[in-house]
Design a protein around this ligand. Structure first.
Ligand code: ADP
Ligand code: ARG
Length: 361
Protein backbone atom coordinates (compact mmCIF):
# COMPACT_ATOMS: atom_id res chain seq x y z
CA UNK A 1 0.00 0.00 0.00
CA UNK A 2 1.48 3.38 -0.91
CA UNK A 3 1.92 6.04 1.76
CA UNK A 4 0.15 9.44 1.87
CA UNK A 5 1.96 12.66 1.04
CA UNK A 6 3.90 14.63 3.67
CA UNK A 7 4.81 18.24 2.84
CA UNK A 8 8.55 18.86 3.39
CA UNK A 9 10.06 21.74 5.35
CA UNK A 10 11.34 23.08 8.64
CA UNK A 11 8.18 22.08 10.53
CA UNK A 12 9.30 18.42 10.48
CA UNK A 13 11.16 17.62 13.69
CA UNK A 14 12.35 14.07 13.25
CA UNK A 15 12.08 11.11 10.94
CA UNK A 16 9.04 10.00 12.95
CA UNK A 17 7.18 12.90 11.32
CA UNK A 18 8.02 11.47 7.91
CA UNK A 19 4.99 9.21 7.81
CA UNK A 20 4.48 9.42 4.07
CA UNK A 21 5.99 10.33 0.73
CA UNK A 22 7.91 13.62 1.08
CA UNK A 23 6.51 16.22 -1.29
CA UNK A 24 8.54 19.32 -2.04
CA UNK A 25 7.15 22.78 -2.74
CA UNK A 26 7.37 24.13 -6.28
CA UNK A 27 10.83 25.52 -6.98
CA UNK A 28 12.79 23.13 -4.72
CA UNK A 29 16.07 22.42 -6.47
CA UNK A 30 17.77 19.72 -4.38
CA UNK A 31 18.90 16.51 -6.02
CA UNK A 32 16.87 14.69 -3.37
CA UNK A 33 13.67 16.34 -4.62
CA UNK A 34 14.66 15.43 -8.17
CA UNK A 35 15.50 11.78 -7.63
CA UNK A 36 13.50 10.52 -4.65
CA UNK A 37 10.62 9.29 -6.78
CA UNK A 38 7.63 7.62 -5.20
CA UNK A 39 8.94 4.31 -6.51
CA UNK A 40 12.33 4.75 -4.81
CA UNK A 41 10.65 5.97 -1.63
CA UNK A 42 8.35 2.94 -1.48
CA UNK A 43 11.32 0.64 -2.01
CA UNK A 44 13.49 2.15 0.74
CA UNK A 45 11.23 3.93 3.23
CA UNK A 46 11.51 1.26 5.91
CA UNK A 47 15.00 0.00 5.02
CA UNK A 48 18.19 0.50 7.00
CA UNK A 49 21.82 0.12 6.00
CA UNK A 50 24.27 -2.40 7.44
CA UNK A 51 24.87 -0.11 10.44
CA UNK A 52 21.15 0.22 11.11
CA UNK A 53 20.89 3.77 9.74
CA UNK A 54 17.38 4.34 8.33
CA UNK A 55 16.85 5.59 4.77
CA UNK A 56 14.62 8.28 6.26
CA UNK A 57 17.56 9.67 8.23
CA UNK A 58 19.81 9.71 5.15
CA UNK A 59 17.32 11.94 3.33
CA UNK A 60 16.06 13.97 6.28
CA UNK A 61 18.46 16.90 5.83
CA UNK A 62 17.01 17.61 2.40
CA UNK A 63 13.46 16.88 3.52
CA UNK A 64 13.78 19.49 6.26
CA UNK A 65 16.10 22.04 4.58
CA UNK A 66 14.39 22.95 1.33
CA UNK A 67 17.37 25.05 0.19
CA UNK A 68 19.67 22.01 0.13
CA UNK A 69 21.69 21.50 -3.03
CA UNK A 70 21.82 17.76 -2.51
CA UNK A 71 19.88 16.95 0.67
CA UNK A 72 21.36 13.52 1.38
CA UNK A 73 24.01 12.13 3.76
CA UNK A 74 25.14 8.51 3.89
CA UNK A 75 24.82 6.71 7.23
CA UNK A 76 27.72 4.41 6.37
CA UNK A 77 29.71 3.13 3.41
CA UNK A 78 26.91 0.60 2.98
CA UNK A 79 24.29 3.35 2.43
CA UNK A 80 25.83 3.97 -0.99
CA UNK A 81 25.13 0.32 -1.87
CA UNK A 82 21.77 -0.47 -0.22
CA UNK A 83 20.24 2.85 -1.30
CA UNK A 84 21.93 2.76 -4.69
CA UNK A 85 18.83 3.61 -6.75
CA UNK A 86 18.94 7.07 -5.19
CA UNK A 87 22.67 7.42 -4.53
CA UNK A 88 23.81 6.37 -8.02
CA UNK A 89 21.62 9.01 -9.64
CA UNK A 90 22.90 11.74 -7.32
CA UNK A 91 26.51 10.69 -7.94
CA UNK A 92 26.03 10.48 -11.70
CA UNK A 93 24.32 13.87 -11.81
CA UNK A 94 26.70 15.70 -9.48
CA UNK A 95 30.02 14.07 -10.44
CA UNK A 96 29.22 12.70 -13.92
CA UNK A 97 30.50 9.42 -12.47
CA UNK A 98 28.58 6.32 -13.56
CA UNK A 99 28.17 3.09 -11.58
CA UNK A 100 30.83 1.34 -13.71
CA UNK A 101 33.39 4.17 -13.43
CA UNK A 102 36.52 3.80 -11.30
CA UNK A 103 38.18 6.42 -9.14
CA UNK A 104 41.96 6.84 -9.25
CA UNK A 105 44.00 8.64 -6.63
CA UNK A 106 47.26 10.54 -7.14
CA UNK A 107 48.69 12.83 -4.48
CA UNK A 108 52.15 13.26 -6.03
CA UNK A 109 52.71 16.98 -5.55
CA UNK A 110 55.64 16.96 -8.01
CA UNK A 111 53.13 16.45 -10.86
CA UNK A 112 51.46 19.79 -10.23
CA UNK A 113 52.09 22.43 -12.89
CA UNK A 114 51.74 25.61 -10.90
CA UNK A 115 54.59 28.02 -11.62
CA UNK A 116 54.92 30.65 -8.86
CA UNK A 117 52.71 33.67 -9.49
CA UNK A 118 54.21 37.12 -10.20
CA UNK A 119 54.54 39.19 -7.07
CA UNK A 120 51.57 41.48 -7.84
CA UNK A 121 49.46 38.38 -8.50
CA UNK A 122 50.58 36.54 -5.38
CA UNK A 123 49.74 39.69 -3.40
CA UNK A 124 46.06 39.18 -4.30
CA UNK A 125 46.05 35.87 -2.45
CA UNK A 126 45.55 36.10 1.30
CA UNK A 127 45.90 32.40 2.12
CA UNK A 128 45.86 28.90 0.68
CA UNK A 129 44.22 25.81 2.14
CA UNK A 130 43.76 22.22 1.00
CA UNK A 131 41.72 19.66 2.91
CA UNK A 132 40.73 16.06 2.41
CA UNK A 133 37.95 14.22 4.23
CA UNK A 134 38.47 10.70 5.52
CA UNK A 135 36.53 8.12 7.55
CA UNK A 136 37.76 4.98 9.24
CA UNK A 137 36.81 1.59 7.90
CA UNK A 138 34.60 -0.46 10.20
CA UNK A 139 32.50 2.38 11.58
CA UNK A 140 29.30 4.08 10.45
CA UNK A 141 29.53 7.68 9.17
CA UNK A 142 28.44 10.75 11.15
CA UNK A 143 24.64 10.22 10.88
CA UNK A 144 24.97 6.70 12.31
CA UNK A 145 27.92 6.77 14.70
CA UNK A 146 27.29 6.26 18.42
CA UNK A 147 28.81 8.34 21.21
CA UNK A 148 31.08 5.43 22.19
CA UNK A 149 32.21 4.84 18.60
CA UNK A 150 32.96 8.55 18.22
CA UNK A 151 35.24 8.35 21.23
CA UNK A 152 36.96 5.25 19.88
CA UNK A 153 37.52 7.02 16.58
CA UNK A 154 38.87 10.08 18.34
CA UNK A 155 41.31 7.93 20.32
CA UNK A 156 42.52 6.21 17.14
CA UNK A 157 43.04 9.52 15.39
CA UNK A 158 44.81 11.04 18.37
CA UNK A 159 47.10 7.99 18.53
CA UNK A 160 47.86 8.28 14.80
CA UNK A 161 48.56 12.00 15.13
CA UNK A 162 50.94 11.39 18.02
CA UNK A 163 53.29 9.66 15.55
CA UNK A 164 53.87 12.80 13.46
CA UNK A 165 57.39 14.18 13.47
CA UNK A 166 59.09 17.37 12.27
CA UNK A 167 56.84 20.16 10.97
CA UNK A 168 53.73 17.98 11.38
CA UNK A 169 54.25 17.35 15.08
CA UNK A 170 51.50 18.89 17.21
CA UNK A 171 48.88 18.66 19.94
CA UNK A 172 45.27 17.53 20.11
CA UNK A 173 42.63 19.76 21.72
CA UNK A 174 39.24 18.27 22.63
CA UNK A 175 36.28 20.54 21.91
CA UNK A 176 34.62 19.44 25.14
CA UNK A 177 35.94 21.73 27.85
CA UNK A 178 37.61 24.17 25.43
CA UNK A 179 36.98 27.71 26.67
CA UNK A 180 34.67 29.85 24.51
CA UNK A 181 37.29 32.48 23.80
CA UNK A 182 39.84 29.99 22.43
CA UNK A 183 37.18 28.25 20.41
CA UNK A 184 35.75 31.41 18.88
CA UNK A 185 39.23 32.66 18.04
CA UNK A 186 40.07 29.37 16.28
CA UNK A 187 36.85 29.66 14.27
CA UNK A 188 37.44 33.33 13.40
CA UNK A 189 41.00 32.52 12.28
CA UNK A 190 39.58 29.82 9.96
CA UNK A 191 41.27 26.97 11.84
CA UNK A 192 38.24 25.29 13.40
CA UNK A 193 34.84 24.13 12.13
CA UNK A 194 31.77 26.21 12.85
CA UNK A 195 29.04 24.83 15.08
CA UNK A 196 25.38 24.16 14.52
CA UNK A 197 25.25 23.58 10.74
CA UNK A 198 21.52 22.96 10.19
CA UNK A 199 22.12 20.58 7.28
CA UNK A 200 24.25 18.32 9.50
CA UNK A 201 21.92 18.83 12.44
CA UNK A 202 18.93 17.44 10.56
CA UNK A 203 20.55 14.09 9.81
CA UNK A 204 21.93 13.57 13.29
CA UNK A 205 25.57 14.54 12.69
CA UNK A 206 25.60 16.99 15.62
CA UNK A 207 24.34 14.52 18.26
CA UNK A 208 26.17 14.62 21.62
CA UNK A 209 27.99 17.83 20.62
CA UNK A 210 30.77 18.63 21.66
CA UNK A 211 31.58 15.16 22.99
CA UNK A 212 34.07 13.24 20.85
CA UNK A 213 35.03 16.23 18.70
CA UNK A 214 38.33 18.03 18.57
CA UNK A 215 41.20 19.47 16.61
CA UNK A 216 44.83 18.51 16.25
CA UNK A 217 47.29 21.10 14.99
CA UNK A 218 50.99 21.71 14.68
CA UNK A 219 52.64 24.67 16.39
CA UNK A 220 52.35 26.96 13.34
CA UNK A 221 48.73 25.94 12.63
CA UNK A 222 49.74 25.05 9.08
CA UNK A 223 48.66 21.45 9.51
CA UNK A 224 45.38 20.53 11.22
CA UNK A 225 43.09 17.56 11.65
CA UNK A 226 39.43 18.05 12.54
CA UNK A 227 37.95 15.08 14.33
CA UNK A 228 34.32 13.93 14.11
CA UNK A 229 32.68 16.81 12.37
CA UNK A 230 30.92 16.09 9.04
CA UNK A 231 33.55 13.44 8.43
CA UNK A 232 35.62 11.64 11.04
CA UNK A 233 38.79 13.26 9.78
CA UNK A 234 39.33 16.42 7.84
CA UNK A 235 43.06 16.61 7.16
CA UNK A 236 44.00 20.20 6.44
CA UNK A 237 47.11 22.02 5.25
CA UNK A 238 47.03 25.82 5.14
CA UNK A 239 49.22 28.88 5.27
CA UNK A 240 49.24 32.58 4.50
CA UNK A 241 50.15 33.52 0.94
CA UNK A 242 50.03 31.71 -2.39
CA UNK A 243 52.43 28.76 -2.15
CA UNK A 244 50.00 26.10 -3.39
CA UNK A 245 52.77 23.59 -3.99
CA UNK A 246 54.03 23.76 -0.39
CA UNK A 247 50.47 23.41 0.94
CA UNK A 248 49.75 20.39 -1.27
CA UNK A 249 53.07 18.74 -0.50
CA UNK A 250 52.44 19.03 3.25
CA UNK A 251 48.87 17.73 2.93
CA UNK A 252 49.95 14.78 0.84
CA UNK A 253 52.71 13.83 3.29
CA UNK A 254 50.34 14.08 6.26
CA UNK A 255 47.46 12.14 4.64
CA UNK A 256 49.83 9.37 3.52
CA UNK A 257 51.25 9.13 6.99
CA UNK A 258 47.84 8.78 8.68
CA UNK A 259 46.85 6.21 6.07
CA UNK A 260 49.93 4.15 6.89
CA UNK A 261 48.67 3.71 10.45
CA UNK A 262 44.86 3.80 10.02
CA UNK A 263 42.62 2.12 7.47
CA UNK A 264 40.28 4.50 5.66
CA UNK A 265 36.92 3.61 4.22
CA UNK A 266 37.49 3.42 0.47
CA UNK A 267 36.46 1.55 -2.65
CA UNK A 268 37.48 1.43 -6.30
CA UNK A 269 34.33 3.08 -7.59
CA UNK A 270 33.76 5.84 -5.03
CA UNK A 271 37.33 6.43 -3.82
CA UNK A 272 37.37 7.76 -0.26
CA UNK A 273 33.97 7.40 1.40
CA UNK A 274 32.43 10.54 2.91
CA UNK A 275 29.11 11.29 4.56
CA UNK A 276 28.11 13.82 1.91
CA UNK A 277 27.97 12.50 -1.66
CA UNK A 278 29.55 15.74 -2.92
CA UNK A 279 32.86 14.88 -1.26
CA UNK A 280 33.28 11.30 -2.49
CA UNK A 281 36.43 10.35 -4.37
CA UNK A 282 39.25 12.63 -3.34
CA UNK A 283 37.21 14.51 -0.68
CA UNK A 284 39.62 17.28 -1.58
CA UNK A 285 38.90 20.98 -1.54
CA UNK A 286 41.81 23.21 -2.51
CA UNK A 287 41.07 26.87 -1.96
CA UNK A 288 42.56 30.31 -1.87
CA UNK A 289 41.19 33.39 -0.19
CA UNK A 290 41.67 35.92 -2.96
CA UNK A 291 40.96 39.61 -3.50
CA UNK A 292 39.02 40.13 -6.72
CA UNK A 293 37.14 43.40 -6.12
CA UNK A 294 36.66 44.35 -9.78
CA UNK A 295 35.79 40.97 -11.22
CA UNK A 296 33.41 40.28 -8.33
CA UNK A 297 31.31 43.31 -9.38
CA UNK A 298 30.64 41.57 -12.69
CA UNK A 299 28.69 38.70 -11.21
CA UNK A 300 27.89 36.85 -14.44
CA UNK A 301 31.41 37.04 -15.80
CA UNK A 302 32.86 35.95 -12.44
CA UNK A 303 30.55 32.93 -12.40
CA UNK A 304 31.27 32.14 -16.07
CA UNK A 305 35.02 31.94 -15.40
CA UNK A 306 34.34 29.76 -12.35
CA UNK A 307 32.20 27.40 -14.43
CA UNK A 308 34.72 27.21 -17.24
CA UNK A 309 37.53 26.17 -14.90
CA UNK A 310 35.47 23.90 -12.63
CA UNK A 311 35.87 26.09 -9.57
CA UNK A 312 33.38 27.20 -6.95
CA UNK A 313 32.98 30.63 -5.32
CA UNK A 314 32.34 30.76 -1.55
CA UNK A 315 32.50 33.49 1.08
CA UNK A 316 35.46 33.64 3.42
CA UNK A 317 33.84 32.28 6.55
CA UNK A 318 33.17 28.91 5.04
CA UNK A 319 30.31 27.34 3.22
CA UNK A 320 27.11 29.42 3.05
CA UNK A 321 28.99 32.59 4.13
CA UNK A 322 29.45 35.81 2.16
CA UNK A 323 32.43 37.80 0.91
CA UNK A 324 34.12 40.26 3.26
CA UNK A 325 36.00 43.19 1.70
CA UNK A 326 36.00 41.75 -1.83
CA UNK A 327 37.79 38.58 -0.68
CA UNK A 328 36.44 35.27 -2.00
CA UNK A 329 37.11 31.60 -1.39
CA UNK A 330 37.81 29.97 -4.76
CA UNK A 331 38.13 26.17 -4.82
CA UNK A 332 37.92 23.14 -7.08
CA UNK A 333 34.38 21.97 -7.64
CA UNK A 334 35.09 18.42 -8.78
CA UNK A 335 35.99 15.67 -6.32
CA UNK A 336 35.34 12.24 -7.87
CA UNK A 337 36.78 10.51 -10.94
CA UNK A 338 39.77 12.86 -11.11
CA UNK A 339 42.99 12.67 -9.14
CA UNK A 340 43.98 14.99 -6.33
CA UNK A 341 46.73 16.43 -8.56
CA UNK A 342 44.19 17.28 -11.27
CA UNK A 343 41.86 18.96 -8.80
CA UNK A 344 44.53 21.18 -7.26
CA UNK A 345 45.45 21.96 -10.87
CA UNK A 346 41.80 22.97 -11.53
CA UNK A 347 42.01 25.45 -8.67
CA UNK A 348 45.33 26.87 -9.91
CA UNK A 349 44.02 27.23 -13.48
CA UNK A 350 40.83 28.88 -12.22
CA UNK A 351 42.51 31.48 -10.06
CA UNK A 352 45.10 32.16 -12.78
CA UNK A 353 42.24 33.02 -15.18
CA UNK A 354 40.49 35.16 -12.55
CA UNK A 355 43.68 37.04 -11.75
CA UNK A 356 44.32 37.72 -15.44
CA UNK A 357 40.82 39.15 -15.84
CA UNK A 358 41.06 41.20 -12.62
CA UNK A 359 44.27 42.80 -13.90
CA UNK A 360 42.67 43.66 -17.27
CA UNK A 361 39.83 45.39 -15.46
P1 ADP B 1 35.50 22.80 4.15
O1 ADP B 1 36.14 22.12 5.31
O2 ADP B 1 34.57 21.98 3.37
O3 ADP B 1 36.52 23.42 3.31
P2 ADP B 1 34.29 25.44 4.80
O4 ADP B 1 34.07 25.99 3.45
O5 ADP B 1 33.19 25.63 5.78
O6 ADP B 1 34.50 23.87 4.79
O7 ADP B 1 35.63 26.06 5.37
C1 ADP B 1 36.11 25.71 6.62
C2 ADP B 1 36.98 26.80 7.20
O8 ADP B 1 38.18 26.93 6.44
C3 ADP B 1 36.34 28.18 7.19
O9 ADP B 1 36.66 28.84 8.37
C4 ADP B 1 37.00 28.85 6.02
O10 ADP B 1 37.05 30.26 6.17
C5 ADP B 1 38.40 28.27 6.09
N1 ADP B 1 39.10 28.35 4.81
C6 ADP B 1 38.77 27.78 3.64
N2 ADP B 1 39.65 28.09 2.68
C7 ADP B 1 40.57 28.90 3.24
C8 ADP B 1 41.74 29.56 2.77
N3 ADP B 1 42.17 29.45 1.51
N4 ADP B 1 42.44 30.32 3.66
C9 ADP B 1 42.03 30.44 4.93
N5 ADP B 1 40.95 29.84 5.43
C10 ADP B 1 40.23 29.07 4.61
N1 ARG C 1 23.72 19.03 2.57
C1 ARG C 1 23.99 20.35 2.08
C2 ARG C 1 23.21 20.57 0.80
O1 ARG C 1 22.71 19.63 0.26
C3 ARG C 1 25.48 20.60 1.89
C4 ARG C 1 26.10 19.90 0.73
C5 ARG C 1 27.56 20.17 0.45
N2 ARG C 1 28.29 20.64 1.56
C6 ARG C 1 28.84 19.88 2.50
N3 ARG C 1 29.42 20.48 3.50
N4 ARG C 1 28.85 18.59 2.41
O2 ARG C 1 23.13 21.68 0.34
Amino acid sequence: MSTPNVPCGLHLNSIDDLTGYPVFPEGTKSLLSKFNTREIWEKYKDKRDAYNVPYKLCIFSGVKNLDSGIGVYAGSHDSYKVFSDLMDQIIAYYHKHKPEDKHVSDMDASKLRCPPLMSDEAAMIVSTRIRVGRNLEGYPLAPGVTKEQRHEIMEKVVRACSTFVGDLKGTFYALEGMDEKTKNQLIADHFLFKEGDRFLEACGCNRDWPSGRGIFHNADKTFLVWVNEEDQLRIISMQKGADILAVFERLSRAANHIESVAKFSHDEHLGYITSCPTNLGTALRASVHIKLPKLAKRKDEFQAIADKYYVQIRGIHGEHSGSVGGVYDISNKRRLGRSEVQLVQDMYNGIKAMITREKEL
